[in-house]
Design a protein around this ligand. Structure first.
Ligand code: ATP
Ligand code: MG
Length: 675
């Protein structure tokens, strides 16, 4: 489990000729432009290992960065398996935090300022100051917009122009957003706290503005590696530039077709223009897809043929042929979820481990149906994007017990038995509690710890409790969660960089993917890339599905995602889009929401002593119930919602809508998850 004796030659032997080119380019700028599953992450981890083992790039001088804590943990673990220790592999935020803590006394004249991980409170105060009436949804949208602005290096004064240029759809008039943004910055600096964007900004500025800091920093880190570089924002690029100074020992890896964080400021042009910026860069293109069957690869290729400009790479599947991707249309969501759960069960019965199966969706709110349907058939699941394994209370508790046990244990007890014994005092039972619910989740965590003990014994037969406690600490420090035996439920965003034997892409209707509020061409294209990310997670089995109505027995008014036109069988004549003008009959949840809206309207009209239709006519309430706007911008796009009504009733309407259907997939505070 720990390092092995891989010689540099063996490291190269695990790579194809193009991947080897990237590894051999030890110095200078290197850019690996390649599609999904072509071994980008594998190549950079091998490149780091090769450089360390040959002595060309000392481990302590390498800084490898990526964008999510999960991906950084994955990188550290792959390095550990390759027998390489001492390389810093972190997220941008974690790297900056570490550096700023070190430099803060010198450059900020005091200690490290408090880091706030949630903007909503101060955004709320800022909005109040600007006399903007808000609710939770609007606050969240404002926080996202401020995050975008800061990630794009646009100051409050520059915001209006920048937002226009980027085709943003601000939640308020751009001028008002700019005011709130300015007030937010002022309140924050008066309170002496910094947010996650400030963390990067202040770190970059400390290096840029202090020669001694820059020199120390640049003496410490000489070789830089960035995975998933298509997702770099101007702010992160600025920090990277500060680290580099005028040097060019930088290796970037990315796939422009997987740019899915544009809404948060990601800019793939840094990747695509890399060789223009660094003349003489070694550019490596990888086309062989080692992850997926030719059937899955074929579908992925077909999906991106229509993508504009992005360096279009055609993938060539390397794995043996497998089952054809399946497409299934269901009458309603419960039937879709039940069918997916049944398929998961069949796969597991046929030998696919549950941990090798994923159900991926567009918004976190979709998760619940699948949690229910999987529980109903007794299939365990985990929710990716939920709490990290080593952060879970039961895991922390188990580690404390393990440390205590290591001091008192009988060294002759077999390790796995000893671990089971100790965990039984934390509630671990030999049999699993029923699937679903907190008890099962807790049990799965503890079972995963037992499995780790089994893995340790397999690798190091003489290992005892003390070794195991050390192993757990090492894993926790590298943030690498063991594979819990459960089907993964995750949003498409959270699935990036990962892979499973079987992948279910669910809820593929227009309005969900592309998501309703994607109403510029660029936003729709980003949604298409999101589907590309989803498809390319599958090694073997890929199943795509959608449902025509939300609730059982509801009106079948939905339409299959337009992205499947030309890909799914029977694509010749896509169902007609439901005519907006015709007043539809509402059913299921839509009807329930309509009634809620009517109740709100009645109360409002009584309060204001005006007839109900003056607040909003029925047709507008129907449109709101059908489209469930989640921002003022989306609401303002509906017939019958003028600027005055928007100002007067907008927040209240969003509250009514949000209360029923909280699609909490937010464009919002990403950074917090990225430490
Ligand atoms: P993504 O774009 O999704 O992040 P990636 O390009 O980073 O994908 P990896 O995750 O590095 O791809 O590799 C995909 C899979 O292919 C992994 O299971 C990896 O071990 C395997 N793989 C990559 N290169 C090779 C190779 N040369 N020989 C055998 N297997 C390989
Ligand atoms: Mg990768």
């Amino acid at each position: 489990m720990t390092g092995n004796d891989d010689e540099p030659g063996q490291i190269l032997a695990g790579l194809d000729p193009e991947q080897q080119d990237a590894v051999r380019a030890v110095r200078g700028p290197v850019c690996i432009l390649a599609g999904a599953g072509t071994g980008k992450t594998r190549t950079i981890t091998h490149r780091i290992a090769h450089g360390v083992l040959t002595g060309a790039t000392p481990a302590g001088q390498i800084l490898a960065v990526t964008f999510t804590a999960r991906a950084a943990g994955e990188m550290r673990n792959r390095l550990r398996i390759l027998g390489v220790a001492g390389v810093q592999a972190r997220t941008f935020h974690a790297a900056a935090l570490r550096q700023l803590r070190y430099f803060a006394p010198r450059v900020l004249g005091g200690g490290m300022p408090e880091l706030i991980d949630n903007k909503l409170r101060i955004i709320g105060q800022a909005a109040a100051r600007c006399r903007v009436k808000t609710d939770r949804n609007l606050l969240r949208d404002l926080a996202s917009e401020v995050e975008w602005a800061k990630s794009s290096l646009a100051s409050p004064a520059e915001y209006v122009a920048a937002a226009g240029k980027a085709d943003r759809m601000p939640p308020l008039a751009p001028g008002a957003v700019s005011d709130v943004y300015a007030a937010y910055e002022e309140l924050k600096s008066r309170a002496g706290v910094i947010d996650f964007e400030d963390l990067l900004l202040v770190t970059a500025a400390s290096i840029e503005g202090h020669r001694d800091v820059a020199e120390e920093m640049r003496a410490r880190y000489r070789y830089f590696v960035v995975d998933e570089y298509q997702d770099v924002s101007p702010l992160q690029q600025r920090l990277l530039d500060a680290w580099l100074g005028n040097r060019s020992d930088l290796c970037v890896v990315g796939d422009a077709n997987q740019t899915i964080y544009s809404f948060a400021g990601a800019d793939a042009s840094y990747l695509l223009d890399f060789s223009r910026r660094f003349s003489g860069a070694t550019v490596v293109r990888l086309e062989r897809d080692y992850r997926s069957t030719p059937e899955v690869v074929g579908l992925a290729n077909a999906l991106v043929v229509s993508l504009p400009k992005a360096a279009r790479l055609t993938l060539v599947g390397q794995r043996p042929s497998g089952p054809k991707p399946t497409f299934a249309e269901h009458d309603d969501e419960p039937s879709e979820a039940a069918s997916v759960a049944a398929s998961c069960r069949r796969l597991i019965a046929a030998g696919t481990p549950a941990a090798e199966i994923a159900v991926l969706f567009r918004t976190n709110a979709q998760s619940e149906s699948y949690e229910r349907s999987l529980s109903a058939v007794g299939v365990p699941y985990i929710i990716r994007g939920g709490e990290r394994f080593f952060a879970r209370p039961e895991v922390r508790e188990a580690m404390v017990l393990m440390r205590g046990g290591a001091r008192t244990a009988d060294p002759d007890d077999p390790l796995v038995d000893a671990v089971r014994d100790i965990l039984s005092s934390a509630g671990f039972t030999p049999g699993a509690p029923p699937a679903g619910g907190a008890a099962r989740e807790r049990w799965e965590s503890l079972a995963a710890i037992v499995q780790l003990a089994e893995e340790l014994i397999a690798a190091v037969p003489e290992a005892g409790l003390r070794d195991f406690a050390v192993e757990l600490e090492a894993r926790a420090a590298s943030q690498h969660a063991p594979t819990v035996q459960g089907v993964t439920l995750a949003s498409l965003h959270a699935a990036k960089g990962l892979e499973w034997d079987a992948v279910f892409l669910v809820g593929l209707t227009d309005g969900t993917l592309p998501i309703q509020y994607a109403n510029t061409d660029e936003a729709v294209t980003e949604e298409r890339r999101l589907l590309y990310v989803g498809i390319t997670r599958a090694r073997q089995h890929l199943a795509l599905s959608w449902a025509l109505s939300r609730a059982a027995g509801g009106r079948r008014s939905r339409r299959r995602s337009r992205f499947l036109d030309g890909l799914a069988p029977g694509s010749g004549q896509p169902a007609k889009r439901s005519a907006k003008a015709k007043r539809p009959e509402l059913e299921g949840d839509d009807a329930a929401l309509f009634e809620e809206l009517r109740a709100w309207r009645k109360a409002t009209s009584e309060e204001e002593a005006v007839p109900a239709y003056v607040v909003f006519p029925d047709t507008t309430l129907v449109a709101i119930a059908e489209s469930r706007p989640r921002s003022l911008a989306a609401l303002s796009g509906l017939a019958g919602v003028g600027p005055r009504k928007l100002e007067r009733y907008g927040a209240a309407v969003l509250t009514v809508v949000g209360g029923l259907d909280d699609t909490s997939e937010s464009a919002g505070p990403q950074a917090r998850k990225n430490l």
